[in-house]
Design a protein around this ligand. Sequence first.
Ligand code: SF4
Length: 254
Amino acid sequence: MIHDLVRYQLDNKSSLKRENVLLVSLGCSWGKCAFCDYQEDKSSSVLACDTVNKKVLEEVKGTSAGVKCLDVTCSASYTELPFTTLCYIRETCKMRGITSVILEGHYIYRESNHFFVDFFGQYGIDVIFRCGVETFDEHIREDVLRKGLPHVTPGDLAKYYSWINLIYGMEGQSMEQLRADIAIGLEHFDRINLSIYTSVAGGPARDEAAIRAFYDSELYRELMENPAVDIFDEWDENNGHNVGHDIKEREKKI
Ligand code: SF4
């Protein structure tokens, strides 16, 4: 089912100014991550996906807004967007003067990356691949989150992905573990997206105290100053972390 979500946002607070689009996919074929409900925002109809995605991409402004980078996320991996949508993305980049596109997806699709490099490269567009890692704590990542990266090392990931996503704020996570995740992330990758966890039905609980402690910490202030780290908090009512917050969606989750 295609949900009513905030699908376009200009991120002009990050050290890398970019436009973010949240597109509709054909569905996530992994589909097991315990913290994920956005995989429900999908359609098995290519036409339905393309219709919504085209409209979202029409909002992209590119160089007229001083932006040359488009960050594409969807309810699955970049491999699970219809080909027509990929063509729309490429055309949009060309029309709007965008020279880099960020594609996010699961490690299982790593061997297909070169097809995307070629596809966008034909229009002179660079691709940055971002992988959802969530944490380097193997127990939490695999036994709790069911992320599907068993025994995959940071070095393995870095061969295919230059950016990663991390999550913080679930029960069982600690600030020490977050520090370790950030240190590993900065050692192996160009950039980290750190998401503050928003609970989902049947998933791990959100640790409000741990999140408050993080926002009060020196670590938070350090990360806010680090140009290689972006912090996203979907439930930040003031939108200080540049994530579109959809109150209706939040109410549904609570
Ligand atoms: S791979 Fe991504 S979209 Fe699929 S279940 Fe995991 S987090 Fe959700």
